[in-house]
Design a protein around this ligand. Sequence first.
Ligand SMILES: *Cc1c(COP(=O)(O)O)cnc(C)c1O
Length: 302
Amino acid sequence: MSNIPIQPFQFPGLKTAQPLFIKREDLIHPVISGNKFWKLKYNLQRAKELGKNTLITFGGAMSNHIVATAAAGKENGFKTIGIIRGEEIADKWQDNLSLKEASKSGMEFYFVQRGEYRLKEKSEYIRSFLSLISDYYLVPEGGTNELAVKGAAEILNEDTSDFDIITTAMGTGGTLSGLSVGAKPHQHIIGFPALKNAQFLVKEILKLTDKENFTVNLDNYFGGYAKVTSELIDFINDFYLLNNIPLDPVYTGKMIFGLREMIRKGEISSDKRILAIHTGGLQGIREMNKRLKQQNKQIIIT
Ligand SMILES: *Cc1c(COP(=O)(O)O)cnc(C)c1O
């Protein structure tokens, strides 16, 4: 697909002559947004080839992957089941705008305690639930597997071959692995994890790509996964007002912030052409704004 817009952008608070562009994968589909579209592409194809009628996957209450899998299942004629982290949400999931969206696409939920959730299919509890369902295709948490990497590699194509540095936000590292696989020999990938203590991701990525054409910047997680600060929200809003490009608070906002810090510190040579991948995630803004409002804090402008 070579019709995804690549747009120039500027950082709020930093004037620079560095060539800065962003590939708007967030525009690829209204709900199966950004990297999730690519990560699901070959998994959906495989599930169809295997004749499966149900997709089962894992996620937290704010998960873009859950919402995307629900929508992709609906579009492709699969039933979908989400195994959701946190038993306590079972009787109040309707308050969560992301889960409500997934439910609208027909997803059914199975809420499990955090300890069981951590074990995934190794949990007896989850295994006994799975054994009740006849014929399903299991998509891993965050959607990352070899087929996801194959799909994510297609984010890079003839439109992107002039860029020297490609940047992406990271959760599981599946998208970065795909970019590593899809990159030209002259291209280098920089990943920005949205979580704390993300050093372990490097080992995970090296299981999915043979190349060492990437670095992981561990500095800009803003307290941890799905956590935000007023500095981050202000940055996202300033970026939107300056470029008319929305960023999400969990992933892409932290990535662009981290990229600005690297350029400010001179960590990237000023002649390198940079392409940031907008991996989507904008559906999460509504739930984040609901929470920020409850705390009387500045919300994200939309
Ligand atoms: C899921 C997600 C990511 C993380 O992708 P990984 O392949 O798990 O690293 C990044 N950005 C957005 C917007 C996402 O929704």
